[in-house]
Design a protein around this ligand. Structure first.
Ligand SMILES: [Zn+2]
Length: 208
């Protein structure tokens, strides 16, 4: 899902900053892998899951950038992120719905293989973040977010297996629509959150 920004305080140890950079690189890499394989294999579920890695990359990049920025800039950045992720989510959702009318099944073994890679990447990110966790609210959001992402990865792995067994493109499309719809929903939550913060109604993430 579009995850919450972890807190990065000015006094945070340099090791925590390095962890955030490592997690950012993992997410960017998996975004590129899933987007490219999703594009060339025709798997809509992989394209939808790629969005999640893109959204999480934006989240970690903003966390690293936001340190020392004014609230006005942080809110502006959060709004730009929310709007662009929402548009991308709706685009992938529309593409997956349109693919229901025609299209050949994608290679199921490719979906399952990349899904396993994505699951390993998310579990690695979770292990890294949990080691340098800061603050209770932060742990909870990191945990909820990683759990939701892992559920999506398992759905992609399962859809790949179901495509292999059935020879139909429906498992791919159903999982794609579910992931893209949830993603759009959490992008909308990011926008609501930014609006609440702009009104001075406190922070904390409600998108997970
Ligand atoms: Zn996520």
């Amino acid at each position: 899902m579009a995850c919450c920004e972890p807190e990065l305080k000015p006094e945070a140890p340099p090791a925590y900053r390095r962890v955030l950079i490592a997690v950012l690189l993992i997410n960017i890499t998996l975004f590129l892998v899933e987007a490219l394989v999703g594009w060339f294999s025709g798997s809509r579920a992989l394209r939808a899951d790629a969005l999640d890695f893109l959204g999480d990359s934006a989240t970690y990049a903003l966390t690293l950038w936001a340190l020392g920025q004014s609230l006005a800039w942080r809110l502006r950045a959060a709004r730009i992120k929310g709007v662009s992720l929402l548009l991308l989510g709706l685009l992938v959702l529309a593409d997956s719905l349109l693919a229901m009318t025609n299209g050949a099944p994608p290679p199921g073994y490719t979906m399952t293989g990349i899904g396993l890679l994505a699951l390993a990447a998310n579990l690695t990110s979770l292990a890294l973040l949990m080691r340098y966790r800061q603050g209770d609210a932060n742990i909870r959001s990191v945990w909820l977010c990683s759990r939701n992402d892992a559920v999506a990865n398992v759905a992609v792995i399962g859809a790949g297996l179901a495509v292999m067994v059935s020879g139909s493109h429906w498992p791919d499309l159903i999982v794609a629509v579910a992931i893209a719809a949830l993603f759009s929903h959490s992008a909308m939550a990011i926008l609501r959150q930014a609006n609440a913060e702009a009104r001075g109604e406190g922070s904390g993430c409600s998108s997970c």
